[in-house]
Design a protein around this ligand. Structure first.
Ligand SMILES: NC(=O)c1ccc[n+]([C@@H]2O[C@H](COP(=O)([O-])OP(=O)(O)OC[C@H]3O[C@@H](n4cnc5c(N)ncnc54)[C@H](O)[C@@H]3O)[C@@H](O)[C@H]2O)c1
Length: 377
């Protein structure tokens, strides 16, 4: 075992268990490598769901930060520009244990950014498949992380994006009066996607703090699980792919490309949002944070809360020809109505310096409009 590996794990400081946090003490368990550690395997950072909206931004940012050991995995083909930023890419399924076994054998994985998922709309049409991918795939990767830690003796960082869909407010009156909802409030999701995310948050905490707690060779503490609950994300570079919060980016991209857009929620519908660069920044900040400062496993993050009507208004301001109508889809509306109008991200700000960059207006002026105009020019 490398000299520092045991101490890295053994000295993991129990985080505080103050009221309102979700932190059970991190066990101080030593993880012993089982296999040969002769440097034959390449050190790697694994990114699943690499081809997705977040994957594109994250891999680009990791590469710009000097990371040249990225191993990317997605069921869809990974495009050439993205491939050029990676050490290796794989087209494959996170439910394929044989593939994950090969990755385990080939790489010394130090960090996993587990982005692959079926998003909320698709998950609601195929809930059992969503469960298999979102939960089954996540437990496969958590297990891979635990195995990796056992094999090379270092804790493996596991960064997991959850969602505001993990919340479920019971009715519109509650949504209107709940204020900025904390991580632990209203965790009764009404969608398969939300249930999957909430459960995976708990699975992550289990692997980090209690994994095989009764076993002789207990190995909890091997996975350093860190999770952000993203709000709706808005990217200027990529088109959204089936999230129930995607009416905002869809509206903007439609206006910029001269297409009409029928918004599937009512104008007064409000949820929190952040731009894609802010989401990537938050993800990397949490990944880099000193563990001793983390009071929770799961953090809300957000930049601004806005109604669909306010977004339409600002879109019309920048794209005067925009044809936006509101044609609420009763069923999708009902889902968005269970999501908080705003979230409390104080813990993320205090613990690891989450710093949103934009207000709604700034997001349009400084990021969305210039980038999207260039894209559709
Ligand atoms: N985009 C948002 O607004 C948003 C909001 C909250 C949380 N999130 C979370 O962030 C993560 C990334 O989201 P995104 O917007 O990039 O989504 P996306 O749909 O653009 O990307 C997800 C990627 O996962 C891949 N994938 C799906 N099933 C797979 C499987 N079985 N094996 C391997 N790859 C598979 C898809 O091909 C896709 O490229 C997801 O976990 C999502 O739940 C996103």
């Amino acid at each position: 075992m490398p000299a520092n590996a045991a101490s890295e794990i053994a000295t993991a400081t129990p985080t505080d268990s103050a009221e309102g946090t979700d932190s059970d003490p991190v066990p101080t368990v030593e993880v012993r490598p089982r296999g040969v550690h002769g440097g034959a395997r390449s050190a790697a950072i694994l990114v699943t769901g690499a081809t997705g909206e977040v994957g594109h931004g994250l891999i680009t940012a990791l590469h710009s930060a000097g990371c040249n050991g990225i191993v990317a995995l997605d069921v869809r083909k990974i495009d050439a520009p993205l491939r050029s930023l990676c050490m290796e890419t794989y087209v494959g399924d996170i439910c394929d244990n044989a593939l994950l076994g090969r990755l385990l054998a080939m790489y010394e994985i130090t960090e996993i950014y587990h982005l692959a998922a079926l998003l909320s709309t698709r998950a609601e049409f195929t809930p059992e498949t969503a469960h298999a991918v979102n939960v089954g795939g996540t437990i496969n990767l958590l297990q891979l992380a635990a195995e990796q830690a056992r094999s090379h003796g270092h804790r493996v960082k596991f960064i997991f994006p959850s969602s505001i869909a993990a919340h479920g407010l019971p009715d519109l009156d509650t949504k209107a009066t709940a204020g900025r909802v904390s991580e632990d409030a209203y965790c009764k999701p009404t969608t398969m996607y939300g249930c999957n995310k909430l459960y995976c948050e708990n699975l992550g905490r289990y692997y980090a703090r209690h994994y095989r707690q009764l076993a002789q060779d207990q190995t909890s503490g091997a996975v350093d699980f860190r999770c952000l609950r993203y709000p709706g994300l808005i990217s200027a570079d990529t088109l959204p792919a089936g999230g129930t919060s995607d009416y905002a980016p869809e509206m903007i991209h439609a206006a910029a490309s001269g297409k009409p857009y029928a918004c599937f929620v009512r104008g007064e519908t409000r949820i929190p949002f952040m731009t894609m660069p802010e989401a990537i920044d938050a993800t990397l900040r949490l990944a880099a944070a000193d563990e001793t400062g983390l009071s929770r496993c799961v953090y809300n993050v957000s930049s601004f809360s806005a109604s669909a009507g306010a977004i339409a208004e600002i879109v019309r301001g920048f794209f005067p020809g925009a044809q936006i109508t509101f044609e609420p889809d009763e069923k999708r509306q009902a889902i968005v109505d269970t999501w908080p109008a705003d979230v409390d991200d104080t813990a993320a700000r205090n613990d690891w310096g989450h710093t949103p960059k934009y207000t709604l207006e700034q997001a349009f002026e400084e990021y969305l409009v210039p980038t999207i105009r260039a894209r559709y020019a």
